[in-house]
Design a protein around this ligand. Structure first.
Ligand code: HEC
Length: 159
C-alpha cells in the first residue's frame, strides 16, 4: 500500500515536470517577441542625441542673447552681475562659492536646481523667487526654455 502511494506521487511529480517543460517551451517565443518589442523603440530613439545637440546649440544662442550680459558659463570663470552658472544643475539654489546672493535666494538654499525648478524660474524669476535680485522678465516660449535648459544642463564636467 505504502509502496504504491509513493509510486503514484512520483508519477504526479513526473507529470508536473512534463507540464513545466511544455510551459517553458510555450513561453520562449513570447520572450523573444518581448525582446523585439524592447529593441524596436530603441532603434527608433537612436537619433535622439543628435536632436539634443541641436537643442544645446540653440540654447547657447538664447543664453548669449538673454543671459550673458549678467552670467558667465565657463568652468572657473568669475562671477558677473549674476553668479557663474557652470555646474548649475544639481547644485543647491544660491550656493555658488563667493557670490553675494539676495536674502530671497539664500532662503531657498535647501532646494536643488533641477530642470523643473529652473524651468519655473526662467519662466518668471520674480514669481518663482519673489524679491530675487535677478532683474530679468523671463522667457515665455516653452520651446526656447527647454533648449536653454539643455544648454544649462551641458555646463558640467564631461564624464
Ligand atoms: C540683468 C542681469 C541678469 C540677467 C539678464 C540674467 N540674470 Fe540670472 N541672475 C542675476 C542675478 C543678480 C542673480 C542672483 C539673484 C539673487 O541673488 O537673488 C541671478 C541668478 C540666477 C540663477 C540662480 C543661480 C544660483 O547659483 O542659484 C540662475 C539659474 C540664473 N540666474 C539663470 C539665468 C538665465 C538662464 C538667464 C537668461 C535667460 C539669466 N539668469 C539672466 C542676474 C541676471
Amino acid at each position: 500500500m505504502l509502496f504504491s502511494e509513493s509510486g503514484a506521487s512520483a508519477l504526479v511529480r513526473k507529470h508536473k515536470r512534463v507540464r513545466m517543460g511544455k510551459l517553458i517551451g510555450k513561453q520562449m517565443p513570447k520572450f523573444s517577441s518581448l525582446l523585439w518589442s524592447l529593441a524596436l523603440p530603441a532603434i527608433f530613439f537612436l537619433p535622439l542625441p543628435v536632436r539634443s545637440d541641436d537643442a544645446v546649440s540653440n540654447g547657447r544662442t538664447t543664453f548669449q542673447t538673454k543671459c550673458v550680459m549678467c552670467h558667465t558659463s565657463l568652468k572657473g570663470a568669475g562671477h558677473s552681475t549674476g553668479p557663474n552658472l557652470f555646474g548649475l544643475v544639481g547644485r543647491n539654489i544660491g550656493t555658488a562659492n563667493g557670490f553675494n546672493y539676495s536674502e530671497a535666494m539664500e532662503e531657498r538654499k535647501n532646494e536643488v536646481w533641477n530642470p523643473e525648478r529652473l524651468d519655473k524660474f526662467i519662466t518668471q524669476p520674480q514669481k518663482f523667487i519673489p524679491r530675487t535680485a535677478m532683474m530679468f522678465v523671463g522667457i515665455s516660449d516653452p520651446a526656447q526654455r527647454s533648449q536653454l535648459l539643455e544648454f544649462l544642463g551641458s555646463l558640467k564636467n564631461s564624464e
